[in-house]
Design a protein around this ligand. Structure first.
Ligand code: G6P
Ligand code: ZN
Length: 543
């Protein structure tokens, strides 16, 4: 097999963000763009020589072509083995599991998660390390450094690999193993949850709609929900992964999964509605007439996890990203376990999970997961909910109400100002940053600031420090506002504003969150003069 060394000039801007390198698909398709990033990844991990990898993606446009390039580059760089999902498909949590199960050196996941797919939409590449989790910041920084000085890449001159047939083949000395993307993941799920109890739940007439949003969880949900668990055919909708996600936006939230939300709020609502995103790591949970915010879902799952076999012994601890609401902190306090607060990005949970400090983690951005893999896991969250519903035998709405009656409710909402000019977003952010020290004591629209800071994380396991992780402002009366610039966008800047108002166990838990949060929103707008500064009268997306 001939290995070519192709000379190149470094490409600017190949800096991994919150979750790998995300760019417009056409950018990834430019000559050498993907190749140079992949070579930089290999260089950053000390070369691919003799190493094994898992490779797969969410099936979006360019997925299969990108995999062919990666296979030839892995062979060109002397890798010993690559495990690939059939047809190039692997959900992010399934890829994480395969890395751990097969003890590979790492994996490459091709996805832009919840962002749309297609030649004019988004593509992405993420490298995961041997624990199955996203590369930590030190590794992503060295990838970026490599991209800045890369002068050549290596690629094997080899034939296109048949990704449709399960089995082993060779490219030079490198073994390529095409695997069923679902089988091992399904077995893992069966080991965590009481499948008999969930089967009985469905057999007893429990109804559900799982919206795979034309993305990667379709085959997984079909095999597990309709196959192993006996849910009626048709429970999983939009189940065939398509290259452009049916022209949609595969983001499981009330805005992008609106048809499911409408169904769940109607007379015809099944007992449970759920959805997952492009690459299968996010989830949305909605009961009959009751949307469960990701922050509440994390708290509820933590409070009830002992009802599922894998968590019967209790949780070691809980972790949440900083902008996630404090609902799970109250559960941790009740259980007498630690709750860790990390920066946004699943990679920050890795050390805590590896050290056995936490069992369950979650983020406001619709991610929940546990120590079974090192990624968030959409279907896992749905199955844990199903296991809890099978044990508790109550509607989601009642479970929520009982939870709030016990712990109080953290009303929560996120405002996203998308694709704003970077200058305007940065200026707003920097102005607020400069004001933090003087905010306490000031009153905005009737609310008094009692504390303000910029979040820095000191990793308790490896001692690393991550600064500049978001601005936090607390108000008297249990309100908090957090400001962050998104790290996953591909156009301009996206300002995220996270709004929260705690109401204790005696308070009113039945309000519309937008009503409960009105005073906090007014205080936030007055404090930042956001509308004038960004030239926006409303956020693009409210979740
Ligand atoms: C990805 C990561 C999540 C993170 C989210 C935040 O989905 O996997 O861990 O919470 O990005 O994205 P943002 O756009 O807010 O930086
Ligand atoms: Zn995702």
């Amino acid at each position: 097999m001939n290995i070519e060394t192709i000379s190149c000039e470094p490409i600017a801007g190949q800096k991994p963000g919150t979750s790998g390198l995300r760019k417009k698909t056409r950018v990834f398709m430019e000559t050498g763009y993907l190749e140079q990033f992949i070579q930089s990844v290999f260089n950053a991990i000390g070369g691919a020589e003799g190493k094994s990898f898992v490779v797969g993606g969410d099936g979006r446009f360019f997925n299969r072509k990108a995999i062919q390039i990666i296979l030839k580059m892995a062979a060109g760089n002397g890798a010993s083995k690559v495990i690939v999902g059939q047809n190039g498909l692997l959900s992010t949590p399934a890829a994480s599991h395969l890395i751990r199960l097969n003890k590979t050196d790492g994996g490459l996941i091709l996805s832009a998660s919840h962002n749309p797919g297609g030649i004019d939409e988004d593509f992405g590449v993420k490298y995961n390390v041997a624990n199955g989790g996203p590369a930590p910041e030190g590794v992503t920084e060295s990838m970026y450094e490599q991209t800045c000085s890369l002068r050549s890449y290596k690629i094997a001159d080899a034939d296109v690999v048949d990704l449709a047939s399960i089995g082993e083949s060779k490219m030079g000395d490198m073994v390529i193993q095409v695997v069923d993307p679902v089988a091992d993941y399904k077995e893992l799920m069966a080991s965590l949850f009481d499948f008999v109890a969930i089967r009985n739940l469905f057999a007893g007439g429990f109804s559900m709609v799982f919206d795979a949003m034309h993305a990667v969880t379709g085959p997984y949900a079909k095999a597990i929900l309709e196959g192993a668990l006996g849910a009626p055919a048709g429970t999983v909708i939009h189940a065939i992964p398509s290259e452009d996600f049916g022209g949609g936006h595969p983001d499981p939230n009330p805005v992008w999964a609106k048809s499911l939300m409408d169904l769940m709020m109607s007379e015809k609502a099944p007992c449970l509605g759920a959805a997952s995103d492009g690459d299968g790591d996010r989830n949305m949970i909605v009961g009959r007439g009751a949307y469960v915010t990701p922050s509440d879902s994390l708290a509820l799952l933590a409070a009830n996890a002992h009802l599922a076999p894998a968590y019967r012994e209790g949780l070691a601890g809980i972790a949440r990203s900083m902008p996630t609401s404090a609902a799970c902190d109250r559960v941790a306090a009740g259980l007498g376990i630690e709750c860790y607060e990390t920066p946004t990005g699943w990679k920050f949970f890795g050390n805590l999970l590896d050290a056995g400090k936490v069992t369950i983690c979650g983020e406001e951005s619709a991610g929940t997961g546990s120590d079974h893999v090192r990624e968030k896991d959409g279907l896992w969250a749905v199955l844990l909910w199903l296991n809890i519903l099978a044990e508790r035998n109550q509607p989601v709405k009642t479970i929520l109400a009982e939870h709030w009656a016990h712990y109080g409710r953290d009303y929560y909402s996120r405002f996203d100002y998308e694709a704003v000019p970077s200058d305007a977003a940065n200026a707003l952010f920097e102005t607020l940053q400069g004001q933090l020290a003087t905010l306490p004591g000031q009153v905005f629209a009737g609310l008094t600031v009692n504390k303000a800071d910029e979040f820095s994380y000191h990793d308790p396991i490896d001692g690393s420090v991550s600064t500049g992780q978001g601005l936090r402002v607390w108000f008297d009366g249990g309100a908090r506002v957090v400001f962050r610039l998104s790290g996953t966008g591909t156009e301009g800047a996206t300002l995220r504003v996270y709004l929260e108002q705690y109401v204790d166990s005696h308070g009113d838990h039945a309000l519309d969150p937008q009503v409960a949060l009105k005073p906090v929103v007014s205080a936030m707008l007055t404090m930042t003069q956001l509308e004038e500064r960004l030239g926006r009268t409303a956020p693009n997306v409210i979740t």
